[in-house]
Design a binder for this molecule. Structure first.
Ligand SMILES: Cc1cc2nc3c(=O)[nH]c(=O)nc-3n(C[C@H](O)[C@H](O)[C@H](O)COP(=O)(O)OP(=O)(O)OC[C@H]3O[C@@H](n4cnc5c(N)ncnc54)[C@H](O)[C@@H]3O)c2cc1C
Length: 553
């Protein structure tokens, strides 16, 4: 039975979440405005600020370090020592496109693999202390899908190290201003060109930030799922803001699930890096049996999506809600050296990984799709650029290769900053304008929303109906359910960050689910049990939507 009551389309096309009068709010002016302080935003900031005349404003909705970047464990892929390993740029491109399952953009993969090398060298020059061999050379590790060891890492805290060096460098630039705990509500547009953003400051005031060029570097959307490795900020704000402002979004159905996330009641879904299996860890079901060779000849080292679906199947068959990652084949000294953070965090939960297996299950990890961009980070909306996890260059196609996303942030973040700096030179500063409020709606005011309940209902819905294994009727039911929430969520006017966040989540969830419903095939991370085969004739193409071309479902 359908639960949808009215056509949600007009509210899904809502332009702004909040309003202001230009005469009543404070204003800021900058050449380049960057929303996001992770690897993409900070790389963009360094490139934009390389001209001392260019004023750059970077903002983050939480603390500057509270990014997905800071949580990355495995490392960053780059072919830095081909003569030692036999690796090459061509092979990195080949592996990237192989994972992308027919949808990867070869040019984007080339840009990433080629420019990634100097970008990672620059990181080293800035002081990033990647792990080294006893001879003092950089240590490269291997991860699933890479044909050669090409991952630079620092223990299991690689992202934190990258965030640290980039932030330190950006903080040292006199022409960059950084604001934390400042929420971007909407991208502003004037005559079809991005003009900056409407901000909500920590003191509770709306402020207008006007810019010649605006860069979205707001990260991914995996918090749309109940089970996720992502920090709480990954709520799809960038996709929702870009969509509302008129930019096209693409391939949102491709969500990568990570196979091994700590599963303990009450504990955060802490990611257990793939490198644990690379070092000899194996997955066992509740009876202690290994099961992954049933699903792929590579067993525990099969591609992420195969391992994730294998786990779900094994759990279903045995009526269990987790499997176990057994590290007993890895020498304790190796565990201490390679996985110090996992060791420490699990100790906090009473699990000694030197002796005990880790209870795990898959969870949403990476948003492959996002705001559609060209290779210079331009979106389809003039004046608006995007880079990092929020963007979709087509690089990852239908599946992302592990450790390519930090690299993507470094390469395309830099490109975004360069494009913005160049284009800002010839562009006028926007003239401030007001964003009119919507007229009050007739009828009774909606009852106060229980945001906590709604957020957890939405996240459970996506996990159950648009997760690892999808079926048309489930996706349809999810769309109807989301549609039934639209009138009182997107139809209401709010004045606080948690409410705007659920509005962003609902819009992004609708677009993601609609894309998944539409794509009647299985490709990469998108698995439809009702269409289990890849269908190149019908679907070897991107799914692209905009406000003007909202899917009519
Ligand atoms: C646990 C974990 C492990 C990972 N391991 C690896 C790995 O080993 N290798 C790899 O390559 N990738 C890894 N990834 C993926 C990788 O970390 C991310 O894809 C990448 O860091 C994203 O960088 P970003 O700059 O695009 O966004 P983020 O680093 O997420 O930064 C987003 C920024 O946008 C800001 N923001 C968001 N919305 C708003 C708003 N409305 N207003 C203002 N600011 C806003 C946030 O405050 C934040 O500053 C991992 C991810 C996770 C979660």
């Amino acid at each position: 039975m359908s639960v949808m009551s009215a056509d949600p389309t007009p509210l899904l096309r809502r332009r702004h979440l909040a309003s202001f009068k230009a005469s009543q709010v404070p204003h800021r002016f900058t050449d380049v405005l960057i929303l996001g302080s992770g690897v993409a935003g900070l790389s963009a900031a360094l490139a934009a600020a390389s001209d001392p005349e260019t004023e750059v404003l970077v903002l983050a909705k939480d603390a500057l370090e509270e990014t997905a970047t800071s949580y990355a464990q495995g490392g960053v892929a780059a072919v830095l020592a081909p003569e030692e390993t036999g690796d090459s740029i061509e092979k990195h491109i080949e592996d990237t496109l192989q994972a992308a399952d027919g949808l990867g953009d070869p040019e984007a993969a080339r840009v990433m693999a080629e420019e990634g090398v100097p970008r990672v060298r620059e990181l080293c020059d800035l002081g990033a202390a990647f792990d080294r061999t006893p001879e003092g050379k950089i240590h490269f590790t291997l991860e699933g899908g890479h044909a050669f060891p090409r991952i630079l890492h620092r223990g299991d805290t690689s992202g934190r190290e990258i965030q640290r060096v980039l932030l330190k460098e950006v903080l040292g630039r006199p022409n960059v201003t950084l604001l934390h705990d400042t929420f971007a509500v909407d991208v502003l547009t004037q005559d079809g060109v991005a003009a900056g953003a409407m901000l909500f400051r920590p003191d509770g005031e709306i402020e207008a930030a006007w810019a010649r060029r605006t860069i979205l570097a707001t990260g991914g959307s995996s918090r749309l799922y109940r089970e996720t490795t992502n920090p709480r900020g990954a709520t799809g704000d960038g996709v929702a803001m870009a969509f509302r402002a008129g930019a096209a979004v693409q391939d949102l159905e491709f969500i990568q699930f990570h196979p091994t996330t700590l599963y303990l009641a009450g504990a955060d879904r802490f990611l257990i890096t793939e490198a644990v299996r690379g070092e000899g860890g194996v997955l066992r079901d509740g009876a202690g049996n290994r099961f992954l060779h049933r699903f792929h000849p590579l067993g525990d080292l099969a591609p992420r999506d195969v391992v994730s679906r294998g786990i779900i199947t094994a759990m279903r068959e045995r009526g269990e809600n987790k499997v176990y990652l057994d590290l007993s084949a890895i020498p304790p000294d190796r565990i201490r050296a390679r996985f110090p953070r996992i060791l420490e965090i699990l100790k906090g939960f009473g699990i000694d990984i030197l002796r005990e297996a880790i209870p795990v299950r898959p969870s949403a990890h990476y948003s492959i799709g996002g705001v559609k961009t060209d290779l210079d980070a331009r979106t389809t909306l003039p004046g608006l650029l995007a880079a990092g996890e929020v963007a979709s260059t087509g690089l990852h196609g239908a599946n992302r290769l592990a450790s390519n996303s930090l690299l993507e942030g470094l390469v395309f973040g830099r490109r975004a900053g360069e494009t913005a700096r160049r284009e800002a030179k010839g562009s006028p500063l926007p003239r401030p304008f007001s964003v009119p409020g919507r007229p009050p709606r007739p009828g009774p005011k909606p009852a106060a929303l229980d945001l906590v309940d709604l957020t957890s209902s939405l996240r459970s819905l996506l996990w159950l109906k648009a997760g690892l294994e999808r079926r048309g009727p489930d996706l349809r039911a999810a769309l109807d359910q989301i549609g039934s929430w639209v009138p009182y969520v997107l139809g209401s006017d709010f004045q606080d960050v948690p409410s705007w966040t659920i509005q962003n989540m609902l819009l992004t969830a609708y677009l993601l689910t609609a894309s998944a419903y539409r794509r009647e095939e299985s490709r990469g991370v998108h698995f439809r049990s009702d269409f289990p085969a890849r269908n190149d004739a019908g679907w070897r193409r991107h799914s692209t939507y905009s406000r003007e071309e909202l899917p009519c479902l």
